[in-house]
Design a protein around this ligand. Sequence first.
Ligand SMILES: Nc1ncnc2c1ncn2[C@@H]1O[C@H](COP(=O)(O)OP(=O)(O)OP(=O)(O)O)[C@@H](O)[C@H]1O
Length: 223
Amino acid sequence: MSRFELRDVTVRRGGHLVVDRVTATITPGRCTALVGPSGAGKSTLLRLFNRLDDPTSGSVLLDGAPIESLDVLKLRRRVGLVGQRPVLVAATVLEELRVGAPSLAPEPAQELLARVGLPGSMLERASSALSGGEAQRVCLARTLAVGPEVLLLDEPTSALDPVAAAAVEETLCGLLGDGMTAILVSHSAEQVRRMADDALVLREGRLVESGTVAAVGYVNGHD
Ligand SMILES: Nc1ncnc2c1ncn2[C@@H]1O[C@H](COP(=O)(O)OP(=O)(O)OP(=O)(O)O)[C@@H](O)[C@H]1O
């Protein structure tokens, strides 16, 4: 089911309160945006969901279980991350898709490419020969190859040119429309309005507003 809950979560880094007693629920099947000014703690909060960071106090629960009680590799297969910049690690697109799914056959690999809007003929292409937008979509397909229940999206289009960003966003919107649970960090209020259902507004580490995107003032240009 993949319901995340944050209970009184605090993250302290170098004497600084980066996340300050945040309590919230992420609704399955919806896209929840983490928004707020630069330095508010959005990326840090996002990284808690697959244990790239751990809270200093409080707990993150997945379907009622504290996530530190789960095997971290299994957790990361359930909760996939797509970062700001595509990082490709294998020589070809097919090998890239096999990074987390070593037995992936060419046919399902082509289906994965279709899901992210790329032609199946791209499987044999060298990773180094991809454009930024293509590489980001291959990263997304590589994450999907593992079969995640939740996608963590950390400014997934901010490093791309406007045309590639629009294409990647459209691909993501398709996945969200199919009912994928997602948590999105984005600086763009327009993007949040297009992609997200719910929003959590952070300021100086504190949760200051939450609700549906339509109801949250921060996303709609007034506080
Ligand atoms: N390891 C660390 N040590 C000290 N301070 C840290 C550490 N990690 C993060 N911070 C600080 O915590 C605050 C929140 O950082 P974070 O990257 O989570 O914010 P953000 O809302 O994602 O910002 P942005 O929108 O600029 O990406 C920042 O002021 C940052 O400098």
